[in-house]
Design a protein around this ligand. Structure first.
Ligand code: GLA
Length: 728
């Protein structure tokens, strides 16, 4: 059994195949005892989480136990108002103006499977795949119940945590802070790994030693954001890509979040993640509940790579849903960088025709097909077709694409409104704003108020109508600005600080409704590229446009950083034109094709502009990708060389059946008489022989792992893919 309760010692054991998470009660406190490599049993909570008198500046909550202070205990869910004066996970204001909470054990239950989180994205599990522990803690004075929920994915080696508050008292409770996970470690001897970035430069890996005080990564932008990803890990100082202890937290949420550490006076580190308390307040009326989103927690002693593979496996199987979660997805071509707003039906059909010739399977029409949108200054919200550009409508164009033997896809940006639009004329109060204040525009647009159900239903109906009336097999769901002047005309004054979170709940409602009705449509999320690359969006849409930066070299860094938490199958990756539109770099088509083949492969250019030689190479890229996509999408990823640390980047993918191994090798810049360099494979069968498909070389697993394959550093932007098949 993955979850065991030892009644006599008041200990909860949560075991996965290789890890354990242990918590229990010391006096009235719910104490964190252990998280790490599997430990079947401990003699007592105190044995793992010892406590001792620490001097008079840590107060004690019970006169009869003067040696226990919450301030020095590792706690499971620290709340404000008791002797624990570190950063709390929970802070609320009650009817009498006080903000002291005292939670004591009330009950618990262990159930098979994993209940859904109401209105929120979350990992899912079959009855026999996971077990869930729900611990109910009670505050006597206010009558609130706090439910801490832990789901243990035994085989997947992952644990999820979330929190629910139930107001059983008679008065309103104002929740100003509610985190979903908080874990106290006895040591602070860690580095924090996080994934900061910017538009076009997403998820650069950052590794920083913990220091005394707080270290926070967060988003206040109304989206999980390009600037910070809702992921952090604590790695032992000695942890490398392949070995050592690492603890990851990833938030299944797409809006404002906080994550970080606090190192206290005793060198203990508190690691936490949850909704950003900044500008947040939730009025919980009597009889209501509030559910905080889920954190996915992963421990691995196989280094950063070991942790990544656990996240990848869980997200592939227990987060991404729908028809496309487990089937190969079509090779697409998107017209954005080919035409921008300047297109008509003929141009799109011509792009599709050429694409069909080289094996592309899906034509995606991007921004500019609706209202009078010929640039980014108008029309978001006016989701009716521009008949000057498309005289036969979306359905007419879709039919023409289908007649070519391809599928058709369409771009939307349904969370936005242009001040120059019919929708805005009709509903000027449907955007986020504060009456009497400026409405700052970002990319000439405002954000629709998804905290208002009328707005959500309008979008469901409008997008739904279009999807119902044309053969649309794919949707790109974009979101191109962050929230400012956050306020809702729909919510009363005392609920204004609920707006950003209610927006996310509205968005999740819209997405759930649409992906349920259109369950055969492939949805790809996008936010100016990878501005909402988070598990929350992946729950509804199994892939995300990784970055608006489509330069092959930049993509090495972006895809490397993204792969720390997210699997290759979720990353949209396209071959674009040269000189590249973002960085103006000229790279060979081979490297553009090889980099894109490590994600959801597509094109972002007009193939009609390629010469015969380039077109032939583009065709070979498609063929190569089709041969590799099952290995890349459903296999295990190993990062063998980091572009952040060397002039090379190398990835290895092992197919699910372990019979195929692909190496993607990149040389960033040429070196004259550079040093010899070998890539050493990971996790192959040392006894088996492997044969490379193209050059026919035969090598044992042992040779591939210990001697390796030589890499040349002769050319700028060099790339090579090796595909080995197991022979015996
Ligand atoms: C965003 C997306 C691009 C493209 C444009 C269209 O920037 O990331 O891929 O769809 O919007 O306006």
């Amino acid at each position: 059994m993955p979850i065991i309760y030892d009644e006599s010692k008041k200990i909860f054991y949560m075991h996965t195949k290789n890890t354990s998470y242990i918590a229990g009660f010391v006096s009235k406190y719910f104490v964190h005892a252990y998280w790490g490599k599997r430990v079947n049993e401990i003699p007592s909570v105190e044995a793992a989480a010892p406590y001792c008198p620490r001097g008079s500046f840590s107060a004690c909550g019970d006169k009869n136990e003067p040696y226990i202070s919450a301030d020095t205990l590792p706690l499971e869910f620290p709340v404000y108002g008791n002797p624990d004066l570190r950063s709390p996970a929970f802070h609320a204001e009650y009817y009498d103006g006080s903000s002291v909470t005292e939670l004591c054990y009330a009950s618990h239950k262990i159930i098979n499977g994993k209940p859904k989180l109401e209105g929120l994205p979350s990992a899912f599990a079959g009855e026999n795949e996971a077990q869930t522990l729900e611990v109910c803690l009670h505050d006597e004075k206010t009558d609130i119940d706090v439910y801490l929920t832990y789901t243990v994915f035994e085989e997947k080696d992952a644990i999820t945590r979330s929190v629910k508050v139930e107001n059983n008292g008679k008065s309103v409770v104002n929740i100003s802070k509610i985190l979903s996970a908080s874990v106290d470690f006895y040591s602070a001897d860690f580095d924090m790994i996080s994934l900061p970035g910017a538009w076009g430069r997403e998820r650069r890996v950052q590794r920083t030693p913990l220091s005394r005080g707080a270290m926070i990564v967060d988003s206040k932008r109304g989206a999980s954001s390009h600037q910070m990803n809702p992921f952090i890990a604590l790695a032992d100082k000695k942890t490398t890509e392949n070995s050592g202890d690492i603890y990851g937290m990833n938030f299944v949420y797409s809006g404002n979040f906080t994550a970080g550490t606090e190192v206290d006076q005793y060198g203990m580190a508190r690691m936490f993640m949850g909704l950003n308390p900044f500008d947040f307040n939730w009025r919980l009326e009597s009889g209501e509940t509030f559910t905080a989103p889920e954190v996915v927690m992963v421990y691995s002693n196989s280094g950063i790579g070991g942790m990544s593979r656990i996240y990848h496996n869980l997200y592939r199987n227990n987060l991404c849903r729908g028809k496309y979660a487990k089937t190969p997805r079509p090779v697409l071509i998107n017209n954005w960088e080919a035409t921008y707003f300047d297109f008509n039906e003929e141009k799109i059909v011509n792009i599709a025709k050429k694409a069909k010739e080289i094996g592309v399977e899906l034509m995606v029409l991007d921004d500019g097909w609706f209202g009078s949108r010929n640039n980014d200054k108008s029309s978001l919200g006016d989701w009716f077709v521009n008949e000057t550009k498309l005289p036969n409508g979306i359905s007419g164009l879709a039919e023409k694409i289908e007649a070519l033997g391809m599928k058709f896809g369409l771009w939307f940006e349904p969370e936005m409104i242009s001040p120059v639009s019919r929708l805005y004329e009709m509903h000027p109060d449907w955007c986020l704003h504060v009456p009497g204040r400026a409405r700052s525009e970002g990319r000439n647009q405002l954000v629709l108020d998804y905290s208002n159900k009328d707005v959500c239903d309008y979008i469901i109906n409008t997008v739904g109508e279009i999807l119902r009336n044309a053969k649309i097999s794919y949707v790109k769901w974009d979101m191109n600005r962050h929230m400012t002047e956050i306020g809702s005309a729909y919510l009363p004054a005392e609920r204004q600080r609920e707006t950003a979170h209610r927006y996310m709940l509205g968005l999740y409602y819209v997405l759930e409704t649409l992906v349920t009705e259109f369950d055969t449509v492939l949805f790809e999320s996008c936010s100016g590229g990878g501005g909402r690359f988070d598990p929350g969006m992946l729950y509804y849409m199994p892939q995300t446009w990784t970055s608006d930066n489509s330069d092959a070299i930049e993509r090495l860094y972006i895809q490397y950083g993204t792969s720390i938490a997210y699997p290759a199958i979720t990353m949209g990756a396209h071959v674009s034109a040269v000189p590249n539109h973002q960085v103006h770099r000229v790279t060979p088509i081979e490297i553009r094709g090889d980099v894109a083949a490590m994600g959801q492969f597509g094109f972002e250019l007009d193939l009609n502009r390629l010469n015969a030689d380039e077109l032939q190479k583009a065709k070979e890229c498609v063929e190569q990708y089709k041969n590799l996509r099952n290995i890349v999408h459903f296999g295990d990823m190993y990062r063998l060389a980091s572009p952040f640390e060397s002039n090379h980047a190398v990835w290895q993918f092992i197919s699910e059946d372990k019979n195929s191994v692909a190496f993607f090798c990149f040389n960033i810049l040429a070196e004259v008489n550079g040093k010899y360099w070998f890539i050493k494979a990971e996790n192959l069968d040392p006894e088996s022989m492997y044969k490379e498909k193209e050059c026919g070389i035969e090598l044992s697993g042992a040779a591939l792992m210990n001697i390796g394959l030589p890499i040349m550093s002769e050319s700028d932007f060099g790339s090579r893919v090796y595909l080995f098949e197991k022979m015996n």
